[in-house]
Design a protein around this ligand. Sequence first.
Ligand code: UD1
Length: 419
Amino acid sequence: MKKVKIVGGAPLEGKVEIAGAKNAALPCLAAALLTDEPITLHNIPQVTDVSTTLKLLGHLGATATFSSPRTIEVSLPKIKSYIAPYEMVKTMRASVLVLGPLLSRHGYALVSLPGGCAIGARPIDLHLEGLSKLGARIELKHGYVEASCRRLKGAEIYMDTVTVTGTENLLMASIRAEGDTVLKNCALEPEVTDLANLLVKMGAQIEGIGTSILKVRGVDRLHSAAHTIIPDRIEAGTYIMAGALSGRELEIEGCNPQHLVALTDKLLQAGANLRVEGDSIWVRGGNKLNPVDVKTSPYPGFPTDMQAQFMTLMTQAEGVSIITETIFENRFLHVAELDRMGARIKIDNHSAVIMGGTRLSGARVMATDLRASASLILGGLVASGETVVERVYHLDRGYERIEEKLKKVGAKIERIDDD
Ligand code: UD1
């Protein structure tokens, strides 16, 4: 199994280019199921969650052709299977995004239930309730969701928790439904807006894009479209924090600073030296960092996907900070690993109390999920000596060639094989 080895303390300097957003690419790829005409997507990130999605789409009958490393054409003239099997869904929960489009286009889908994951139970009850309101018959059997309908019918749906993939699934399901659908309490994440913008290019009629109420007027068919995926704000945020921790001056290029305000505001409060210019954010390390408290919440709040990395940053602040996780119940798995590196963090229910100002020291640590892995990489960059992060397949799911990008700006980092 691959590992990443880092020798800490090297100052980072230069430019990091940000890839397309994984969490926008996945629903946009699933949207290709809604039409028999080809969909072209630019700025596709080279991460394994994208390969897993392409494998699943291939299983359903799609052909996918890369015309350049970041541009893909997905075409699905005829659906060959309606089944998203357990083997595929268990490796990536976002596979559940095929449920809405499959059902809408073909009236039937058999999709494995994703089950739990390292960061919590993560149910899909709101996806299923919404689909029932649109007229689908839903049955749960043998670990699968069986959903069927003649044609979905528009409805008013209120989601009582803000859910990103839930909003995306129901939006995709409603596009070809008969009549009008109103989705209330929708997720405001930029990735949801990106999907909605692609759907409009495909011929969908959606009002309220970017707000919590999406109004959809059903159409009979969708057509081909081309779309550029937005930049990955979580990848960008991770490199900004790397720069604040250890940089001379890093330029994070090709991001959308508007999508990063929750993070950059906190970093400025912490005393980090940041400058925004166009689609670049410059960060100069070396400033003394002050402790700041953070509470995760749906967009535009502080993203749960940046909580673990921010915690590593706070281990280097002079004082005590509190990070409260409100989205997922079990998202502090990185704490024990950071503590093994010398951090002093205590968990109190849904909060982590970080006694900052600790000198981290390199250790062998275990990645438990995608963003936890990133927090350990950040820890390794500032720790004294050598850190080895195991189970790096988690990182590859969402970070494009992270060690190459960090090496280019001066980090002493490499991927190594077992033993
Ligand atoms: C998406 C992101 C993930 C991010 C998360 C929260 C993708 C592919 N993944 O995950 O990176 O961490 O948003 O920003 O975009 N919930 C229910 N019932 C449901 C659905 C969700 O109770 O039917 C709860 C979840 O348990 C969680 C909360 O709602 O507590 C938010 O989860 P959700 O937004 O659905 O996360 P994902 O869409 O799975």
